[in-house]
Design a protein. Structure first.
Length: 248
């Protein structure tokens, strides 16, 4: 649950529901979440909390199963990336084969939605910028992506991470998918933020231009903050004022 003052001056309201987690372990997790809030006061920390809980559970699982063989890590980016096996199973969120074919097929007959561009975030010479469009079909998603990639600056970005979520009212279900463009694990994080905020009929692309200095886990925070900022800017986080598409 979001406190009305989150993220400016208060953390999200949370409750740990895990009967097996007691005593010192429960206190350790709570303290870790509170420390993260203190270290990032005024910023969106929901995604950092998710990662902290993920790390905590992974450590608990490893300690229960015994130590694993050592693993060589060569760069900071690799050190903070997660293997695919560590990520949630998002197979249920993927498009069915028929819908996937629609996405990859020609989309010239679809209207190009209006594309909004958000404010950039720069950290240690790396720059992040979000782009957003209201979409109601997979073909529109492809049209927006194609149009963005016609921009030389966006096309030259080190990574273009995107996620979309389309509500099918007649079936009371969603078409949703994501792409990390080589930025390991970020597509899952971005789509998770869509689910948490219950956004619909929208595509968000976050472009990252790598500046030569490794950012470690901070890059995840910047990507998610970019996405969240433009969703707030365009009214997608408040269902009472959720913008309508031309088809609604």
């Amino acid at each position: 649950m979001f406190n009305v003052h989150y993220p400016s001056s208060a953390p999200p309201i949370y409750q740990i529901n895990a009967g097996w987690l007691r005593g010192a372990d429960r206190t350790t997790l709570s303290n870790s979440l509170e420390e993260l809030y203190v270290e990032n006061t005024g910023e969106s920390i929901l995604y950092l909390w998710v990662e902290k809980i993920r790390e905590f559970l992974a450590e608990k699982s490893q300690s229960a199963e015994g130590p694993e063989m050592g693993k060589t890590v060569t760069t900071e980016e690799e050190a903070h990336d997660y293997d695919e096996d560590d990520l949630p199973d998002y197979s249920m969120l993927k498009l069915a084969n028929q819908s996937a074919q629609l996405l990859s097929s020609a989309s010239g007959d679809e209207e190009l939605p209006l594309i909004k561009h958000g404010e950039t975030i720069t950290d240690r010479r790396s720059t992040f910028q979000p782009h957003l469009a209201a979409v109601v079909t997979p073909k529109q998603v492809q049209r927006v992506l194609n149009h963005l990639y016609e921009n030389k600056k966006i096309a030259s970005a080190t990574h273009n991470i995107y996620a979309y979520r389309i509500y099918c009212e007649d079936k009371n279900s969603f078409l949703q998918d994501c792409e990390d463009d080589g930025e390991t694990a970020n597509m899952a994080r971005l789509l998770t933020s869509f689910l948490i905020l219950d956004v619909r009929n929208v595509l968000v692309v976050v472009s990252r231009w790598y500046g030569g200095i490794l950012l470690g886990p901070d890059r995840f925070k910047h990507i998610n903050n970019c996405a969240r900022n433009i969703l707030i800017q365009e009214g997608y986080t408040d269902t009472s004022v959720r913008p309508k598409t031309v088809y609604e």
